[in-house]
Design a protein around this ligand. Structure first.
Ligand code: NAD
Ligand code: MG
Length: 377
């Protein structure tokens, strides 16, 4: 039995983490959400955690009334409860760079961080990895590709990492076709049901770009050794290539509850009722080169990683705002990368090694991207 604290419990990964914990009979000690307080209250009734944290005044007032003594507010509430909760594992399932500070708190207060929030590593990878080392905290990947790589490591030097990508709903589209796609089209992912932001990132291939950067920090491998291969069936979750030309991969159904469970139980493998694979019925597995020309976000992510310093943070912050503008109907799908590239080109790529200054820059880039969004159609 382990004590698990779930950040972003009301989202897609958060809900699946609750399900995984219930199967494992792990104790959920804390749950958090940004604004969806009614769902958080339902989760409270189901799991009876000691600590419930919400970010909005309205949610705080509602919850405090229902469950007095257990409700805390915002980042300060999270900071305080993580200190007293003594969790074995903190699962960070928050979306976006709002997950950076919670990851820092989690590293300082838990034995293990199961990290789904890839934006933390994209924006502050160097800092986060050294903080984890200093605090003797393990960071276990939840992202299916990184979980696959983690499970395929055998202690030998890595020759290459092959990150698999589904290709998203627009695989095979031409640049012209992409100009006309709608929000509804972009939200129809062929293999995974996820939160809105990551679903749009999967459609632009930015998700894979963010994952390249995530892999760089998690496994300390340079960008030149990380390749992306499109594998529409999403059965092979990623592959590690070794010097002797052996390729070790992890295979599984496309069900996030499997890598979530592994991050919770590692180094053990514990039985679960989730999907399995019937190889005979599986049919053909296919692989293609990603089309970085038609989907420039993947190339932008490689460029940001190559540029180093604060460029990956800029890529991430600009992407978060651009995606939200697209979701609100304020810019077109193809303008997502036009806007990101504009913001990256204007950035004076300074080096920052302090978390507060990184967060200040994150805010500044968001403001600039919002203003830049007004000039896009
Ligand atoms: P989601 O939108 O479904 O859920 C996000 C959660 O974060 C919610 O609980 C929400 O209340 C909380 N949140 C949102 N803004 C916040 C803020 N400002 N402060 C604090 N909490 C906030 O997202 P998701 O699809 O579950 O994705 C979560 C993370 O996991 C993302 O980083 C995503 O890239 C990663 N991930 C998701 C999947 C998936 O299948 N959904 C797979 C791999 C990785
Ligand atoms: Mg992934």
């Amino acid at each position: 039995m382990k004590n698990v604290f779930i950040l972003g419990a009301t989202g897609s990964i958060g809900e699946q983490t609750i399900e995984a914990c219930r199967h494992l009979k792990y104790n959920i000690v804390g749950i958090t959400a940004n604004s969806s307080y009614k769902k958080l209250y339902e989760q409270y009734l189901l799991c009876k955690p000691k600590f419930v944290i919400i970010n909005t005044e309205e949610g705080y007032t509602f919850l405090k009334d229902k469950i007095p003594g257990k409700v805390y507010f915002g980042l300060d509430g999270l900071h305080h409860t993580l200190e007293i909760a003594k969790a074995d594992i903190v699962v960070n399932a928050i979306v976006g760079s709002a997950g950076i500070l919670p990851t820092v708190y989690a590293i300082k207060n838990s034995k293990r961080v199961a990290l789904a929030n890839k934006e933390t590593l994209v924006s502050a990878g160097k800092l986060i990895m050294s903080l984890a080392k200093e605090n003797n905290t393990e960071i276990i990947p939840v992202d299916s590709e990184h979980s696959a790589i983690f499970q395929s490591l055998d202690g030998q030097p890595i020759k290459k990492i092959h990150l698999t990508a589904s290709g998203g709903p627009f695989r095979g589209y031409t640049a012209k076709q992409l100009e006309k796609v709608t929000l509804k089209d972009a939200l129809s992912h062929p293999n995974w049901e996820m939160g809105k932001k990551i679903t749009i990132d999967s459609a632009t291939l930015m998700n894979k770009g963010l994952e390249v950067i995530e892999a760089r920090w998690l496994f300390d491998v340079p960008a030149t050794k990380i390749e992306v291969v499109v594998h529409p069936e999403s059965i092979i979750h990623s592959i590690v290539e070794y010097e002797d030309h052996s390729y070790i991969a992890q295979i599984g159904a496309h069900d996030m509850r499997i890598p979530i469970t592994y991050a919770l139980t590692y180094p053990m493998r514990i039985a679960n009722p989730f999907d399995n694979i019937n190889f005979v019925e599986l049919g053909k597995l296919t692989f293609f080169e990603p089309d970085k020309k038609t989907f420039p976000c993947l190339q932008l992510a490689y460029d940001a990683l190559q540029a180093g310093n604060t460029m990956p943070l800029v890529l991430n912050a600009a992407n978060e705002v651009a995606v939200s503008l697209f979701i609100q109907g304020k810019i077109s799908f193809t303008n997502i990368w036009v806007l990101i590239e504009k913001i990256m080109n204007k950035h004076d790529n300074i080096k920052i090694e302090n978390i507060n200054e990184l967060l200040e820059l994150d805010n500044l880039i968001r403001e600039k991207t919002l203003i830049g969004g007004n000039t896009c159609q």
